[in-house]
Design a protein around this ligand. Sequence first.
Ligand code: SER
Length: 879
Amino acid sequence: MTSQEIRQTFLDFFKEKAHQIVPSAPLVVKDDPTLMFTNAGMNPFKDLFLGNKPITVPRIANTQKCLRVSGKHNDLEEVGHDTYHHTMFEMLGNWSFGDYFKKEAIEWAWELLTQRYKLPTDRLYATVFGGDAADNLPQDTEAATLWAQFLPKERILQASKKDNFWEMGDTGPCGPCTEIHVDLRSEAERKAVEGATLVNQDHPQVIEIWNLVFMQFNRMADGSLVKLPKQHVDTGMGFERLTAALQGKKSNYDTDIFQPTIQHLGKKANLSYGQDTKADIALRVIADHIRAVAFAIADGEMPSNNKAGYVIRRILRRAVRYGYTFLGFREPFMYELVGLLAMQFADVFPELKSQQAFVEKVIQSEEEAFLRTLENGLRRLGQIFEQNQNATAKKIEGELVFELYDTFGFPADLTALIARENGFDIDEKGFEKAMQTQKERSRAAASSDKSDWQELQVSEGVQVEFLGYERLESQAKILKYRQIKEKNKTFYQIVLDQTPFYAESGGQVGDTGLLVSVEDASDTIEIFDTQKENDLIIHLSTKLPKNPSATFRATVNAQKRHHTANNHSATHLLHAALREVLGEHVQQKGSLVNENLLRFDFSHFAKMSEEEILKVESLVNQRIRKNILLQEMRNVPLEDAKKMGAMALFGEKYGEFVRVIVFDKDYSVELCGGTHVAATGQIGFFKIVREESVAAGVRRIEAITAEKAEQFVQEQNLLLNTLKETLKNPKDLTKTVQDLIEDKKRLEKEIERLQAKEIAQVREALLTKVKLHQGDINLIAEKVEVPHAEALKTLAFGIRQQIDRLFMVLTAEIEARPHIAIAISDKLVEDKGLDASKIIKDLAKHIQGGGGGQKFFATAAGKNAAGLKEVLEKAKDLV
Ligand code: SER
């Protein structure tokens, strides 16, 4: 089977078993502070397991893009060095939400693997949870009994908590699991060594392919386990490993999933895969990493210096570095692979194909920047080698190795490699220490201490109602709250049973407002922000009400909401206008909507011209004047919304039912959860105030609306009026200003010419004042008139060139300040040891000033012009 057929067979099988097939959620996680990336197929369903959301569809199956490069599940360092770990991989999963449990999960897994995929039964092993004393959990005899229907006892193995108790992260849903392992070794090898002894031993050909988790607990912040309201099944099968097993390959990279990329790279590097260990590792690293990077960017995560963006940047750099070092690539090469992937995944993950040009552009410019960095780093290393060529211990300090790692992205092993080639060692311990120090620093900066939720009312399975589309006020009870301690602040997170507060999402900021106790109005707290965490609406406040069990009136700050809605609706109009003016390639790449402005990032490759900006502005204002009524549709099936032409943003997680916001069905149709104006006229007026680049292929527009836009125009107008008045109300302002500039240029030239003439005259006069002193020094000590300090210098240099054995002190008053210049011929500096920079210090005292320079020329300026006379006398004395 091709990999495509293998994937389809999985989905079809579970469809037959009454599962609904859903698309993959994005790789990047947006509303869960415990996760940066989707690290398991179950992440998008976390709320269903935890009971935060009612279960509507009890059986689901899909293939989910996963990324394991940070946090609890991190495989990055293994990737490429072995043949079966990946950064991004597909996880085939079937879920039961409070529906079937162990029996069906195990029996169906067996049926699919052995009857549909026809994996030989004698190559399969099952591990079951062996129990754990610390968590007070018994061994899973039920799973073992179920497996005994299919497998002989010696191929059902007990495993410890480390391998067979699955947890999403430090907290969250978890449970015992049973894993299916496959032995891909040759017959001869299998005869020689019993496969059971190799299960869970990191053998590259005896590997886990499918994990069936029986979700039953929630791991709390204090480490304890709390039973979930229902029992669930979460299974995850490694698609790439399954494909290797079914295609009879010993490595995931030998399958049709990775071979196209590897072949392409091999051709480019002029070598073939399987000839050289190091080159092979590099080929695998790149073939793997390009998938993670390309899909993360397609899902909206731009490489950057922060958090998730930084992880993506590091993955990309790791690949570039391997290509640079082991394949000899000196020019960007990763971006060329995007097209191959886009084609390969066009059916399952179409987000890449539809943004191919954009993703290529982003990757290429990242590559270019990093290749430059790499070269700078190599140069820096070169300097270090040179400086330490004669050192006794040829060791590069740990701090330096860390600096290379931190600023140039050089992993320590690369530095070690290059160092060794140059006869140096690196101080590994010192490097580790520097690394540790930095980790502790960032941990301390990021740490936040969360208490467990205090439940005031049963919140499990309760769907908190958001009332804020209709109302800005409602009654509310507190369901639960908890305290968060961060480095500089302590605050509370509060969950209400119903709320008019909009939680920050889709670029729109969270609402602010008040909670006022109905029984006692003095018991009021301020909500300073509202956020979303795993679909929960969380109100943030620095304090708790005196009586948290009271009934409250929840009131949203209406003015702020009103302005924010203006800006949000204007964002939709802008988006549509940009697509009309610039083209359909414009995709939203980020947005910020608050009460002051809207900021919209979108894919586009060139700076917008003045005409394009004006055109977009006019289009938006036209739609505002048309006063188009908002058409808001809730609970629209996703498919129907797409048929309406709704613009879905890649990288957003959408449920089966979505909300659609329409301003004229032929103009702007978007999937959106935000709050909007009732009719576009309310926006009043739209003004773009900035257009700039934020990253390769991404432009940013900042705009304002309504009062803010009006104010802006008034201010601009005022500025213009003041300017006109200052210029005596000319008919043509632009021409008048241009003329002024021209005039100024001309006058400056004229002044320059006159001054040069004046300086020449002064010089002529000075030349007549040379006195021979003591038979071998030509002395000049005079006060001169010059227009500026620069002229004094020019004058001194001119004379110094004309007269030999010169010792000259010139003084001048320039704009009421005293100045001194000393010029001495080189010959005198040599013969007599004269030093203008020293002499000037003495002389400057007379004018209460200071200065300096070199031996042959120095200048000073001061405050006391009366002292200039003494300066000249003193100078003569000196000689
Ligand atoms: N959550 C489990 C895993 O990631 C099974 O899907 O392995």
